[in-house]
Design a protein around this ligand. Structure first.
Ligand code: KG4
Ligand code: ZN
Length: 360
């Protein structure tokens, strides 16, 4: 099966073609991503109206490029998947309407996909990971630990109770004048910094919860920055390195405790244990290496898909679509977009569990 995917939930316009190989693993035939970063940079966050318009003007060209790069016409496509939520409504509508129009005109099955499921299943596309696995999902709008038992079977074991990790990176960058998106800028600045200089809070550490909290970081950083002002390059580097280490420590601590729970309750039948890290923040190398240490110590396998598949892209949407279409699932052409759409419907909604996009 070969699926065309479309992603427009935030500030990347993306289209991709993926297929499943004979051995069950996935292949990416194309994955075209157009970032709108320049359009939003001056505002320090994603402006929904600008995003929707930019998606609209790029959409046709991006879909055409994805098909061209894959060397395929629509005749060779067996299904079309588009992100139906969560995300910014205007952008979601552009992508979904495009997918529905192609589906109706060419009589190709259509399926609407949860963006978070796209992130959650990326490791199956990139590394052929088998169910069940433990998932750390860390993006600009979400920070969750989920037990992934199977397709559509996700149990949220932990969430941030306030800011998402990506948001913490973005706010740090904004405070220090490093621009948007903040994650890559903070990581870059941290390279020359001393991570031990500032002891930033590791909230909820040692408490009987897997949940996380990151909103205290921005107050702590602001306080340090104000007392140091004017900031020198070295101060900025040290602040970035210290905040990055605080975040990596918290994620490693919560994952290690969630791994204990997974081993007790959900481990793979063959005894194999896998931690998958997904979402834009999974591109961060310190976070990857600290999770790697936790996994090595526990005899677990860590799967971190390549950075290009961690940030928003349509290949992950096409893949989630492929898994669902293979189960003969289809969406009706009047499917509505959903700005909020948690992966685990049973879990209590907390601030960090259903929101995307840094609206300004
Ligand atoms: O998954 P994603 O592309 O979009 C959402 O679904 O939110 O994640 C974007 C987030 C942003 O907050 C960005 O600052 C963060 O991922 N990010 C990073 C890095 N690259 C992107 N955070 C830390 N380190 C990075 N290298
Ligand atoms: Zn995302």
């Amino acid at each position: 099966m070969r699926v065309l995917g479309i992603e427009t939930s935030c500030d990347e316009t993306s289209a991709a073609v993926v297929e499943r190989d004979e051995d069950g693993s996935g292949s990416i035939l194309s994955n075209v991503i157009l970032s709108q970063i320049n359009e939003h940079a001056a505002f320090g966050g994603v402006v929904p109206e600008i995003a929707a318009r930019a998606h609209l003007s790029a959409m046709d060209h991006i879909v055409r490029s994805a098909l061209d790069e894959a060397g395929l016409g629509l005749d060779s496509i067996d299904g079309i998947a588009a992100t139906a939520g969560p995300g910014l409504t205007g952008g979601l509508m552009v992508g979904m309407m495009t997918a529905k129009a192609i589906s109706a005109a060419r009589d190709i099955p259509f399926i609407g996909i949860n963006h978070l499921e796209g992130h959650a299943l990326t490791a199956r596309l990139s590394d052929n990971v088998a169910y069940p696995y433990l998932l750390l999902l860390v993006s600009g709008g979400h920070t969750q630990i989920l037990c992934v038992r199977g397709l559509g079977d996700y149990e949220r074991w932990a969430t941030t109770i306030d800011d998402a990790v990506g948001e913490a990176f973005d706010k740090t960058a904004k405070l220090l004048g490093l621009g948007f998106p903040g994650g890559p800028a903070v990581e870059q600045a941290a390279r020359n910094g001393n991570a031990e200089r500032f002891a930033f809070p590791r909230a909820l550490q040692g408490q009987d919860t897997l949940n996380m909290s990151f909103s205290g970081l921005k107050t702590a950083i602001r306080r340090e920055a104000e007392s140091l002002a004017p900031l020198h390059e070295e101060d900025i580097a040290d602040l970035c390195a210290s905040v990055q280490l605080a975040i990596a420590d918290v994620l490693a601590d919560r994952c290690s405790r969630a791994m204990d729970r997974f081993a007790r309750e959900a481990g793979g039948g063959d005894g194999s244990m896998t931690l998958v890290v997904a979402g834009g923040v999974a591109a961060n190398s310190l976070i990857r290496s600290s999770l790697d240490t936790v996994c090595n110590d526990a005899g677990w396998r860590l799967v971190a898909p390549p950075a290009r598949l961690c940030t928003d892209n349509a290949a992950m949407i096409a893949w989630a679509g492929l898994e669902r279409l293979e189960r003969n699932e289809r969406s009706p052409l009047d499917l509505a977009v959903r700005s909020r759409w948690p992966l685990d419907n049973e879990a209590i909604a907390l601030v960090g569990s259903g929101r995307r996009g840094q609206k300004v």
